[in-house]
Design a protein. Structure first.
Length: 281
């Protein structure tokens, strides 16, 4: 009889431990670690990596200190989703600068929670990071000074210096598509555009939408040669963080369904977002 009681008691103990273990604690993932979303909520602030020097996507106004652009606006919407639409964005959102090279590691090492930074989703990059659905579709093109003899990628040769940014898809693509042309690399787009203006190269290459931002800033520089790659943009997330990736994808779908994404797209690019924009790449 005593044995039976002891057995029952130990069963009860095991059972109650199991219950505590399951806990119904939605703050923790199945692995027991805090979820990214809970970390952000506990910190009271979302930290997003954005560009500071890319007109139309993420451009820091030196006067106000505000980062303006489509990517920055999407970050603001995400902060509102997490902390409520009346939250003070100055408190609950920090926009940290990333560049084409640093953005992947800064997400993986937790310096930023995610990065919305003109980033093309590629198979190679998917080995290193998670990505959201496509939220913008660009293509690589060329920017030259008005009157330049360069009209297309076929005009690039060993005598034409091409300017590009380190760590970008454009760097790899141009080397493949115009292998004879010498390429000069810069850390970011502000430096690359200054170099073009200073005559250090004949042509600057990156995504058409980024080049369009430069053209708007200085109409003496024009896009030529059409598009020669596809550049679907995705939000960069930590490798393996499927839970937060799903949260961000649901957020993007909500933004499209309630018209906010179309509004932002129109604000920056003059037309509503295409209906098939949010696509898994
Ligand atoms: N979208 C391209 C890329 O992800 C070029 C723009 C950039 O450097 O961010 O590499």
């Amino acid at each position: 009889m005593k044995k039976a009681w002891l057995a029952l008691l130990s069963l009860l103990i095991v059972f109650s431990f199991a219950l505590v273990g399951c806990g119904g604690n939605d703050k923790e993932s199945s692995a027991g670690a805090k979820t990214t979303l809970q970390k952000i909520k506990d910190r009271g602030k979302l930290i997003v990596g954005v560009k500071y020097d890319v007109n139309l996507f993420g451009l820091k106004d030196p006067k106000t200190g505000k980062v303006e652009g489509y990517d920055a606006d999407i970050a603001r919407e995400l902060a509102k989703k997490i902390f409520g639409k009346n939250a003070n964005l100055n408190k609950v959102l920090e926009l940290k600068q990333v560049n084409s090279k640093t953005r992947f590691d800064l997400v993986n090492n937790g310096t930023v929670d995610l990065a919305i930074a003109t980033c093309t989703i590629t198979e190679e990059r998917k080995q290193k990071n998670n990505f959201s659905l496509r939220y913008f579709n660009a293509g690589q093109s060329l920017l030259v000074k008005k009157g330049s003899p360069i009209k297309s990628i076929d005009d690039l040769n060993k005598n034409t210096v091409v300017l590009a940014v380190k760590g970008s898809t454009s760097e790899q693509n141009i080397k493949a598509k115009a292998p004879d042309a010498p390429v000069q690399l810069y850390d970011d787009y502000a430096q690359a555009f200054s170099a073009l203006k200073a005559g250090k190269g004949d042509v600057l290459t990156t995504d058409n939408a980024i080049l369009m931002g430069m053209h708007k800033e200085d109409p003496n520089y024009v896009l030529v040669g059409g598009l020669f790659t596809e550049e679907p943009y995705g939000i960069i997330l930590k490798k393996g963080d499927d839970e937060f990736t799903k949260y961000v994808n649901d957020f993007l779908k909500e933004l499209k369904a309630n018209g906010t994404l179309d509004k932002l797209y129109k604000k920056w690019f003059g037309e509503p977002a295409p209906d098939d924009l949010l696509k898994e790449i």
